[in-house]
Design a protein around this ligand. Sequence first.
Ligand code: XLS
Ligand code: MG
Length: 343
Amino acid sequence: MQGEFRFSFGPWNIHEGADPFGPEVRKTIPFHEKLETYKKLGFDGIQFHDDDAVPNLNNMTQSEIVKEASELKKALDDHGLTAEFVAPRLWMDPRTIDGAFTSNCPECRKYAIERLKTTADIAEALGTKNIVFWLAREGTYIRESKDPVVATERIAEALQTVLDYNKNIRVMIESKPNEPVDHAFIPTIGHAIAMGLMTNAPDRVGCLIETAHAILANLCPSEEMGFALAHKKLWSVHLNDQNGLKFDQDQTFGMVDPRRALNQVRVLDKHGYGLNGEWVGLDVKVLRTQKDEVALKHLEYSRKIFLRLLEISRSLDDAKIDALIAERDYEELNYYILDAILK
Ligand code: XLS
Ligand code: MG
């Protein structure tokens, strides 16, 4: 049994329900109203994209950006909220059509680096040292369009630039194997951790594991977490669920496979995740079919399911599990776990 957990989510997890095939189906909740919901739902941390924090940043000077971010920090303080991380949104701008750090256009790569530095400024103003690299379009649709060696070096260069730009910040790389691109350059957490070794400050490069992204790579999320924990690199998580190899679903935690969810909670709890201030991030999407008045249940229930699974995990008898392992009676072990979930 280890510590207590603190929960976070990003403002994008409350949304209007548009998808690639249809428009918004719910009213927009303004950002200041979203802030009100955090504590009510049992969340203390907020995750940001750079332009969630400073929406118009492309048309603002550096000092205007920092001023706006500092005002936001005051609003967060007023709500008793902490900024967990800031991630540059490097996939919406026309200059990021072909990727950002790995774009084949030098001017576009320059834009991406400048935006990354701005992200570091915003993070500092918001009082967090964490930057997330979710490398949405760093990859290829056409394999021959980018040299993978050069692309990897370019990602490392971007990392090094931001690590040099602000010595207080650290970067958490969030791997994902595909979507929107066909083949992404950092598909797994092993790739993410290895990227740090290409910089001169590997101690400031860690990772964020998203359940759905591990499943999209056909990997077991709790094993990915275990790998990162063993390397002391698991600095954040995006818990959710995913029903097989299809588009990124960001389902309510445990929705598809409660046992798989239990194993994630268990590996985190058993190995002291959270004891150094790590947050339990829930990157979950509202079902498009939810009406306005019930459009926050995915957050409430993801947190609740985490806590219920935590209770189950802590109720398991470790001595009994060890004995079954020693006996190699894995069939009995399987029943013991299933029985605990089904009770
Ligand atoms: C996408 C990610 C993204 C990052 C932050 O799947 O969840 O939103 O976490 O850029
Ligand atoms: Mg995520």
